[in-house]
Design a protein around this ligand. Structure first.
Ligand code: MV4
Length: 501
């Protein structure tokens, strides 16, 4: 046992605050680092101490390994929590921490390397008896080899970069004539993106579900899973909505996949929280896809249905504690959904919407959690991820959770920047989503309903509305921005604005 007293959080935004919240509950001191662009960021104010780390670009700040180690030593932090993104899956960083006697809150550098290399990960899983997508044994070394194997597997196939993941460096091949050019293209894309041109081939699974299992292992050989998360609602490999339980799941499949996930983690002696990603086809066959060796963005839905604080578990495990529960102690209670709120303009091809948050009103009430970091007057830096918050709701069942999410989205008011809130509302009202009938192609298949532009306004209506706004301005308290609120309210047709007064 190695009690942690002070943690440096090598991250920013909502996840930095999320981690610090648990630290405060555990009476652990927190050290923030911040870039030039983050001087006014909330994680800086939330921490017990904060240190400037470098210029705004990530490469000079949140990715600056030596500078971060220096600050950890200067501040006497005994551990570093990397959050997600940035250095969270960087084996070199984990190794440098170890060399300096700082606890890296995550798995060993060896496991990070092994799971970061998708060919190695595939091999390890196949050896452990976990179903992997049918495909090549290892790297495809030549175009001839590609041709031969692809003829064997049968088209369509996916060519994937071994150093890739999350959709980067992937090529779908449907036509034999395209094999050679696609392998070449995938290779050169991989080379320039990752400095590694190794590629492999997998059979293409049509319309799969993306279902992942949360795993947790300690240093004493105990490993459990904390059930699944359904992550199929995504746009261009950016997740939008996650839920647990998965509407697709049956008790039998859950048990089987849960066992597979635990075996997968055991096969690499996994210590810490991790995620086993699976593709599940329409016949409920499941295939190992990748393992993520970090705390994930969507971890709160798992926390909500299991009652387990995953950051607390990360810290306990890093201290060398034994897990305080066994698999049979864990239950999924009710249903949780997360919506990711991005500062993006859905009417303008999801372009990042930079600018100052003018007004923000977070949803509250029964069964609602928001993990965010922006405040009124805060200017969202352009340098980092556009996700500004996560809205997580819980219900006794899926229908209640969806209704609650609709209600919470209705309460969510953000002005000053464009956000994805209205798209999220449309998903919550989409018949296919409501019936649980969706897969990874949900967004494209429901494009029309989800992306419909608001109808342009009749000039006569505009006159009426502007007169009404004038009227509201006269009766309102000066702190309320009625103009903005009228705009925000208008998307909720069933609740006319006047009902609130
Ligand atoms: C696949 C696939 C179909 N067949 N592999 C995309 C992200 C990367 N982690 C793997 N991805 C996929 N791999 C085979 N053999 C379909 C996808 C895929 C996908 C996977 C998960 C979530 C959303 C997705 C959207 C498009 C494609």
């Amino acid at each position: 046992m190695n009690k942690i007293k002070k943690i440096l959080i090598a991250n920013r935004g909502e996840i930095a605050i999320r981690v610090m919240r648990t630290c405060r509950e555990l009476d652990i001191d927190t050290v923030a680092i911040y870039s030039e662009a983050d001087r006014t960021s909330l994680h800086v104010r939330y921490a017990h101490e904060a240190y400037y780390v470098g210029k705004a670009p990530s490469s000079e700040s949140y990715l600056n390994i030596e500078k971060i180690i220096e600050i950890a030593k200067l501040s006497n932090a005994d551990a570093i929590h990397p959050g997600y993104g940035f250095l969270s899956e960087n084996a070199k960083f984990a190794r440098r921490c170890a060399e300096e006697g700082i606890i890296f809150i995550g798995p060993s550098p060896g496991v990070i390397v092994q799971m970061g290399d998708k060919i190695m990960a595939r091999e390890a899983m196949r050896a452990a008896g976990i179903p992997v997508v049918p495909g090549t044994d290892g790297e495809i070394k030549s175009e001839d080899e590609a041709l031969a194997t692809i003829r064997e597997i049968g088209l369509p196939v996916m060519i994937k970069a071994s150093a890739g993941g999350g959709g980067k460096g992937m090529r779908l091949v449907k036509d034999e004539a395209d094999i050679v050019s696609s392998v070449r293209a995938a290779r050169s894309e991989a080379k320039s993106a990752f400095g590694d041109d190794a590629v492999y081939v997998e059979k293409y699974i049509t319309s799969p579900h993306h279902i992942e299992f949360q795993v947790l292992g300690d240093m004493h050989g105990n490993t459990v899973h904390l059930f699944e998360r359904e992550c199929s609602v995504q746009r261009r490999h950016q997740k939008m909505i996650e839920e647990t339980p998965s509407p697709l799941m049956t008790p039998k499949l859950r048990e089987e996949m849960g066992k597979a996930a635990v075996e997968a983690a055991r096969a690499v002696n996994y210590v810490g929280v991790g995620t086993i990603e699976f593709l599940v086809d329409n016949d409920l066959n499941y295939y190992f896809l990748e393992m993520n060796t970090r705390l994930q963005v969507e971890h709160p839905i798992t926390e909500r249905v299991t009652g387990i604080d995953l950051v607390k578990q990360q810290i306990f495990v890093a201290e060398g504690k034994e897990l305080a529960f066994k698999q049979e102690d864990l239950k999924q209670q009710g249903h949780a959904i997360e919506c990711r709120v991005y500062a993006e303009d859905p009417d303008n091809n999801f372009m990042p919407s930079a600018g100052k948050i003018y007004k923000i009103s977070n949803p509250l009430g029964l069964g609602v959690r928001t993990d965010g970091y922006v405040y009124e007057g805060y200017e969202i830096p352009i340098y980092y991820d556009p996700m500004i918050s996560k809205l997580i709701v819980w219900g006794n069942n899926r229908d209640e959770a969806i209704a609650r999410m609709r209600r919470a989205l209705y309460e969510y008011k953000i002005t000053g920047v464009k956000t994805s809130i209205k798209i999220l509302e449309r998903v919550m009202n989409n018949e296919n989503f409501i019936s649980g009938n969706y897969d990874t192609h949900f967004i494209e298949k429901n494009q029309e309903q989800l992306m419909a532009k608001a109808p342009s306004m009749d000039p006569e209506d505009l006159v009426v509305i502007s007169a009404y706004i004038d009227y509201l301005d006269k009766i309102a308290t000066p702190t309320l921005n009625n103009k903005e609120f009228v705009c925000a309210q208008s998307r909720w047709k069933k609740t006319p604005y006047v009902n609130h007064f």
